[in-house]
Design a protein around this ligand. Structure first.
Ligand SMILES: *[C@@H]1O[C@H](CO)[C@@H](O)[C@H](O)[C@H]1NC(C)=O
Ligand SMILES: *[C@@H]1O[C@H](CO)[C@@H](O)[C@H](O)[C@H]1NC(C)=O
Length: 314
């Protein structure tokens, strides 16, 4: 897609009309002062393009001299680095020289007829002021400079949602939503979407970060919360699930169950000890009587003897 700077037939004819008026004015001025002059202008001072697409940066000039020594210089002052203007592309002696940082992304569309350039595969960092300087010696510019600003539009990036604070009952928490980029700056909204739908008041920490404060949380605070970031190019969401446990009751419940478990363990241990003791004394008694039975000598001796007898017979 090519972001052409057309605004409809009416404005185009207005542009042509203005260009003609300028030319006439210029020629009049030039004739009056007996100098040759060149005029540069842009049809639009604000150009928009969607991130990644190609855009035409318009710059036209009117000259009466042969463009044999035509010189065009495009420079940019990026929004991200306002203090360091840099060169974009130069046209000199019939040759175009693009800046090494833009190789393959920028070219003149119809030089030497116009100074229009095409910037392809636009990046967010391309946004900024662009200046087109044209000279065609021996003509002097009147003015020889035109400026426009480029906006690179982008849908919001995927936002990040997170929770901080005290999630215990009665505590305070904050829900934070952060989006890295989006042009125009995305609108940011927080809402609870489950089990009930509630829009929440957002406190913007900066243009890309919004928080929601929830005080004195209870089990009713639990649910699914969603952050929506949107601009005219798109919408993105992230969500967090809050589960608030009823902690005060929970603590006493845990203590209670620990107490009950300990008591039961104690009772069981007592019972076990009792059973062991009873078993042991019972065993002792039967053991003692068993020993007494074994102490009867007759059976063993008789058996032993009979065995011996049997063996001697064999
Ligand atoms: C932009 O660059 C891509 C990849 O090099 C190319 O396919 C496309 O035709 C270019 N667009 C324009 C308008 O030149
Ligand atoms: C916190 O909420 C509970 C009920 O959810 C309420 O009884 C209590 O008064 C609240 N405390 C404060 C400080 O607002």
């Amino acid at each position: 897609m090519l972001g052409l700077p057309g605004k409809g037939v009416a404005s185009t004819s207005m542009d042509v009309f203005q260009a003609l008026v300028s030319l006439v004015t210029c020629l009049h001025y030039c004739t009056l002062h007996k100098v040759v002059c060149l005029q540069v202008r842009v049809e639009r001072t604000n150009v928009e393009v969607q991130h990644g697409e190609a855009v035409l940066l318009p710059c036209s000039f009117v000259t009466t001299a042969v463009p044999s020594r035509l010189n065009i210089i495009w420079t940019t002052t990026p929004l991200s680095e306002p203090s360091s203007p840099s060169q974009v592309i130069v046209y000199d002696q019939g040759q175009a020289i693009e800046s090494p940082t833009l190789t393959g992304r920028v070219r003149f569309v119809s030089a030497p007829l116009s100074a229009d350039i095409l910037l392809n595969m636009t990046r967010l960092s391309d946004a900024g002021k662009y200046r087109c300087v044209v000279s065609n010696p021996p003509e002097s510019g009147s003015p020889g400079i035109a400026e426009l600003s480029l906006t690179v539009l982008a849908p919001p990036s995927s936002p990040h949602c997170f929770v901080s604070g005290n999630m215990d009952e009665g505590g305070s928490i904050s829900l934070t939503c952060f989006v890295e980029y989006g042009v125009p700056v995305p609108d940011l909204n927080w809402s609870k979407i489950k089990p009930d739908k509630i829009f929440l008041p957002v406190n913007m920490e900066d243009s890309l970060r919004g928080t929601v404060q929830i005080f004195n949380v209870s089990s009713q605070t639990s649910g699914l919360y969603q952050c929506t970031v949107s601009n005219r190019l798109g919408t993105e969401i992230c969500s967090v699930e809050l589960i608030i446990h009823s902690t005060p009751h929970g603590t006493s419940g845990i203590l209670q169950s620990i107490f009950v478990t300990l008591t039961m363990a104690l009772i069981l241990l007592t019972l076990l000890a009792l059973v062991l003791w009873l078993h042991r004394s019972g065993y002792d008694r039967t053991n003692r009587s068993g020993q007494r039975e074994e102490e009867e000598p007759c059976y063993n001796e008789i058996r032993y003897r009979s065995n011996l007898l049997r063996r001697s017979f064999v």
